[in-house]
Design a protein around this ligand. Structure first.
Ligand code: XMP
Length: 325
């Protein structure tokens, strides 16, 4: 089905989701037959739900490729492997391309250049994996209905939209293309995806790369990843995880003077950001309790290497964007 029927009922519960799943699995089996399907599985909501749907419909005929570009959050690649390979028995290829990405990014401070390098290298890695495989006929994508509405003229069917090179031409499979995001989540829950995957906050494609401001270094990237993990853990413990729209940490590329163990130290600051928004065009700042901010600060300066200061970004959008880049 290419377009969302005008009278389609919003999928809000597991019964409606199950009906969608049954309909889609039958349609997918019909479309795919005994051929193979390739999917870039990022671990984000849309690609994860597409993977779960296809695993149900065609099992091992689906080949998932999870590319770790080294800019994922703490524990993410491990969770993708655990959920899809171990629990759903998926045909999953895991590629740790951390060194390739970080080597290409070394010394690059311009945000747009960083984004371009990450995007291009992602295609390179994915295309290399695709060329190693025989008999792939289809490419699955997590396109959703707002993507179609937003893209002028719509995405052409049966044509790679992912920017793959010409020698890799696949027919597209887009099993959630008529769904809105909230519906994708209900379908994901009904398919048994864990809540922290299904309801996870938005995460940019270039990942922690946009939060390690300036030229990315491995040590500063580690400070972003570890501080982000602490923030997420504390928000989850204190009931903010399901409430705040997006929250993360940023590490700028300068050091300030501090004191640790009675000695002067030149280390990075960590910036905390926690915002609420409807559509990411404007955003307000979450009023995080001061005691919690103090506790998070205490943990970060003691647990994260190379950090001696923590700041909270009080800037709404506008004037600040959500990410720092
Ligand atoms: P800004 O920083 O422009 O961000 O206020 C708005 C929202 O978009 C997310 N974002 C991205 N999402 N790919 C994505 O899928 C990207 O390259 C990207 N860059 C920013 C950002 O996290 C925020 O939610």
């Amino acid at each position: 089905m290419d377009n969302r029927p005008e009278n389609m009922i919003r999928i809000t519960d597991s019964k409606l989701a199950q009906a969608f799943i049954d309909e889609q699995t039958a349609a997918l089996r019909e479309q795919i037959g005994d051929k193979k399907v390739l999917l870039a599985l990022s671990g984000g909501v849309d690609s994860s739900v597409v993977a779960a749907l296809l695993i149900k419909a065609i099992g091992k005929q689906l080949v998932c490729v999870h590319v770790n570009h080294g800019l994922l959050r703490k524990g993410e690649p491990e969770q993708v492997i655990k959920v899809f390979r171990d629990e759903m028995d998926a045909n999953l290829i895991y590629v740790d391309a951390t060194d390739r990405f970080l080597d290409k990014l070394a010394g690059v401070s311009d945000p747009e250049k960083k984004r371009k390098i990450i995007g291009a290298e992602f295609i390179n890695v994915f295309a290399e994996e695709a060329r190693k495989l025989d008999g792939i006929r289809f490419l699955a994508q997590g396109t959703i209905w707002p993507d179609i509405l937003e893209s002028e003229g719509g995405i052409k069917a049966h044509h790679n939209a992912g920017g793959l090179p010409d020698d890799l031409s696949f027919e597209l499979v887009e099993p959630v293309r008529i769904l809105f995001k909230d519906e994708v989540r209900v379908v994901g829950k009904t398919l048994g995806l864990p809540d922290n995957m299904d309801y996870r906050q938005p995460f940019p494609g270039p990942g922690l790369g946009v939060r390690c401001v300036g030229a990315i270094t491995r040590d500063r990237l580690e400070a972003v990843r570890e501080s982000d993990a602490i923030l997420r853990e504390e928000f989850a413990k204190n009931g903010l995880a399901g409430k705040v729209w997006q929250y993360f940490t940023i590490v700028p590329d300068f050091r300030t003077v501090g004191v640790k163990d009675g000695k002067r130290c030149d280390e990075w600051p960590v910036v905390l950001r926690a915002v609420n928004t409807r559509d990411a065009m404007t955003a307000t700042v979450e009023n995080v309790p001061f005691e919690l901010l103090s506790h998070i600060t205490d943990r970060i300066v003691h647990e994260v290497k190379g950090v001696n200061r923590v700041l909270y970004d009080l800037t709404p959008k506008p004037t600040g964007t959500i990410e720092w880049e």
